[in-house]
Design a protein around this ligand. Structure first.
Ligand code: GNR
Ligand code: NI
Length: 173
């Protein structure tokens, strides 16, 4: 099991559209395990392969309080979306930024699990929001894209400054 590096906005790699997984084999299962370890370590409630610079349609999620309910979605597809809900979102690729985003409140998603079995899931609440947030990542989309260009630009500049400060810290060591 290994922890993987998470890309930070505005890294252009976060804009790539991920490819469909052709075979859910041992390589994919290993990737899922590493993504779960990385998500729990961060910590976060979801992680898309795009965020670790792997451009395949793989998502892991765990919205449970005890962090004991891992969910794997390979090639996830939104079948139904309904209603509207506003929720404060954050992203491991945009650390320290939290903004209210409006999305469909209820979703039905079809996907393949870590064992290669297809399944469907009805979700609401934070799980429905997280599923949509992760599928957006696979399509190169980030929650800041729902904000005004002015707000997005402010966040982009803040992230570039934070990256520069991280680099300078390492220079001193
Ligand atoms: O950890 C995360 N929390 C979160 C909160 C509200 C809406 C979405 C999320 S997903 C995020 C982890 C992440 O960046 N996944 O891509
Ligand atoms: Ni995210």
């Amino acid at each position: 099991m290994s922890l993987l590096d998470i890309l930070f906005y505005p890294d252009p790699q976060l804009r790539k559209v991920a490819s469909t997984v052709a075979n859910v084999d041992g390589r994919v299962a290993q990737l899922v395990d590493d993504m779960l370890a990385t998500m729990y370590d961060a910590p976060g409630i979801g992680l898309a392969a795009t965020q670790i610079n792997v451009h395949e349609r793989i998502v892991v999620i765990d919205v449970s309080d005890e962090c004991d309910a891992p969910l794997t979605l390979i090639n996830p597809e939104l079948k139904l979306t309904e209603g509207e809900v506003e929720m404060q979102e954050g992203c491991l690729s945009i650390p320290g930024i939290y903004e209210n985003i409006t999305r469909p409140a209820n979703v039905t998603v079809a996907a393949i699990d870590r064992e290669g079995n297809p399944f469907e899931l009805d979700a609401d609440g934070i799980l429905a929001v997280c599923i949509q947030h992760e599928i957006d990542h696979l399509n190169g989309k980030l929650f800041v894209d729902y904000l005004s260009p002015l707000k997005r630009n402010r966040i982009r500049k803040k992230m570039i400054k934070a990256a520069r400060e991280r680099d300078e810290e390492y220079d001193d060591e």
